[in-house]
Design a protein around this ligand. Structure first.
Ligand code: GCU
Length: 614
């Protein structure tokens, strides 16, 4: 099966490029390049009927030969006092970018639909022969992007970066960048219609103009070669009209490593170099090296950590030593300010709380988080599980759905492949077992492994009772065969009986692989108290954690857990008045930043575990 699949992949890639994803190949490490930020106030127009995109016969203007002043992306102004133009960005209100729209305007709190954004900018200084790109950290969910009335392309996926070249279109003055963002949920999309999180819409992460030389270093990958602790491996990919046979230099001053490479006919150069006295990146000592790539007039600097990662039976070995992943699940939300987290400060708040809990590991659920938290985890020595938003009831037999899922996976692997902190790529969360779903996920695993053979693959599977004994729980999911780490969610004591049921459960895990309990959790309204069987009280959540942690500790292959969840988070599914009020209350910290009693149960558990693994 696998051999047959490989020839299909090029066709699939063509679909991705030609079909729905006309954005360019991603530029690696934008922040270290020559950038001009477009963050700040953007004018916006709420357009639930998408009349700025379709004419009254519901034909898309941008597929219509005739110029259409009524299309919002043309940003047309009346030429005289009689002309009828029924929109005007410059007289419209503004939204902040980066930020979701829901948490900025009361009347957009529940909005799901299209909002048009417009940003004007000058670019007087594009150097002769240089190129210019516009780079989006993310926009949820579908973005149609136009510059000066010309369509640059479309991107789908609410949590991964995309960029378009604008070299030939940008003017010295009065450019207008217009983005149609549509966050409507759809059955065929990824994620699909039903999720347990808030559907924050908008341009949720940074937008930057990126100037590069005509021939530049677009991408690179540099990590320790699999199962080596002194051989770096990877590649450099040039981009431009004249990239064949070009000299490329790799310089790592602290390692006294200087490599001279030459690109092949496609502008690609493989890297393989032994290094002496490498200080390995670890959670105690997250050593990052200054790494410089140069070619022609381009110089890209990065800070990269190097560590070894493998599994051996049920052990996860970090730099050859068994590690227990003291984790916590996190949604990308700043519950205190409201809305999607996006900044380094947001990341600092969340990771500081995780550190306080005693974590060395975070599960960034259920979609790729912003690059700030990934880079901060690299600096703080916190291991990371990143997740593709293949969540619940995806359309497994729809090729477009697979293409969208695959494209988002490729984008997060492309963006974060140089981050030592990232150790697990998760393919999915709680997806119902079927042959179609197994094939869909298997193809995603092939994609991830073909892009990055250095990291572990997992997915949050579901556990099942054995047919003749409800109290015996096991993992029968066939997908467990394809992953490196067997992870699953279980809610015994919350959705499945009361906490005392935990002591009656017997776990029988047949896979000789590391096990991570990727979710366990119970709701508690911060500040609500009662006895340990009063649902929604902090005492119930505390009792739940005590019983659950005792239960999972009996699993011989247990090598980590990421309880659900660090902080209460908004969800339209959680409507119990006076208790949930639109919040999922499984946080160990309330939406006002208060630690609940269960926080200290998990903190104590991790203190004891780390002693065992010191
Ligand atoms: C599921 C799911 C989460 C959800 C949680 C809950 O396991 O993965 O996204 O929020 O349960 O019910 O609270």
């Amino acid at each position: 099966m696998k051999r047959i699949l490989i020839p299909i992949l090029p066709a699939l890639l063509l679909l991705l490029v030609k079909g729905g994803y006309s954005q360019d190949v991603l530029i690696q490490n934008v922040q270290s390049r020559h950038i001009q930020s477009l963050n700040g106030k953007w004018n916006y127009i709420v357009d639930p009927y998408e009349m700025g995109y379709y004419d009254y016969r519901y034909l898309p203007y941008d597929q219509n030969p005739k110029p259409q002043d009524r299309a919002f992306y043309t940003n047309t102004k009346p030429r005289d006092k009689s002309e009828r133009i029924e929109y005007d960005f410059d007289k419209s209100p503004t939204l902040l970018v980066p930020r979701d729209w829901n948490s900025q305007k009361e009347n957009l709190f529940y909005y799901e639909g299209t909002i048009w954004y417009k940003k004007s900018f000058d670019y007087p200084s594009l150097k002769d022969g240089n190129r210019l790109f516009v780079y989006f950290g993310a926009a949820n969910y579908r973005s149609d992007v136009y510059l000066n009335g010309k369509k640059l392309g479309m991107h789908k996926g609410g949590f991964t970066p995309f960029n378009f070249e604008i070299t030939g279109l940008v003017k010295e003055k009065d450019n207008f960048l217009i983005v149609k963002v549509d966050n409507k949920r759809k059955a065929e999309e990824v994620p699909t219609l039903n999720t347990d999180w808030w559907n924050y819409g908008g341009i949720t992460r940074d937008v930057q103009l990126v100037e590069t030389p005509g021939n530049f270093i677009r991408d690179y990958f540099l990590q320790l070669a699999k199962s080596s602790n002194d051989r770096l491996a990877g590649y450099v990919q040039l981009d431009g009209p004249d990239i064949a046979g070009k000299p490329i230099e790799l310089n790592i001053p602290e390692l006294k490593t200087h490599l001279n490479l030459t690109s092949n006919s496609k502008g690609y150069a493989k890297i393989e170099v032994k290094v002496a006295s490498l200080k390995l990146w670890s959670t105690d000592k997250p050593v990052l090296y200054n790494v410089e790539f140069s070619s022609g007039t381009d110089l890209v600097k990065d800070r990269i950590g190097f560590r070894t990662l493998e599994t051996k039976g049920a052990d996860i070995l970090l730099n050859g030593k068994p590690v227990f992943l003291r984790g916590i699940s996190i949604h990308e939300e700043n519950a205190i300010r409201g809305g999607r987290a996006y900044s380094r400060e947001d990341a600092q708040m969340l990771l500081n709380w995780a550190k306080e809990l005693g974590c060395n590991f975070v599960r960034l659920a259920h979609y790729p988080h912003n690059e700030n938290i990934i880079r901060l985890a690299d600096e703080m020595g916190i291991l990371v599980w990143e997740e593709n938003p293949v969540y619940w009831t995806i359309q497994w037999t729809n090729p477009e759905t697979f293409a969208t899922a695959c494209n988002q996976l490729k984008e997060v692997v492309s963006r974060d492949k140089n981050r030592a902190a990232v150790i697990i790529w998760s393919m999915a969360n709680e997806t119902p077992v079927s042959p179609e779903r197994n094939s869909f996920l298997h193809r995603l695993v092939d994609t991830a492994r073909s892009m990055d053979g250095t990291r572990l693959i997992s997915a949050a599977l579901e556990q099942h009772s054995s047919p003749d004994n409800e109290m015996m729980r096991t993992i029968t999911d066939p997908f467990a065969e394809y992953v490196d780490v067997v992870s699953f969610n279980q809610y015994i004591g919350w959705y499945d009986g009361l906490p005392d049921k935990c002591s009656k459960i017997q776990w029988v895990i047949n896979q000789d692989k590391p096990v991570i309990i990727s979710e366990l959790g119970a709701d508690a309204l911060g500040g609500m108290h009662g006895d340990s069987l009063t649902r929604w009280s902090e005492e119930y959540q505390e009792y739940f954690y005590k019983e659950n942690l005792k239960m999972i500790s009996k699993i011989p292959q247990l090598r980590g857990t990421t309880p659900w969840i660090l902080v209460d988070f908004r969800s339209p599914r959680r409507v119990l008045p006076g208790i949930q009020d639109g919040w999922n209350r499984k946080g160990l910290i309330s939406e006002t930043g208060n630690r609940k009693k269960a926080f200290y149960i998990l903190q104590d558990f991790y203190k004891k575990i780390s002693l065992k693994y010191e």
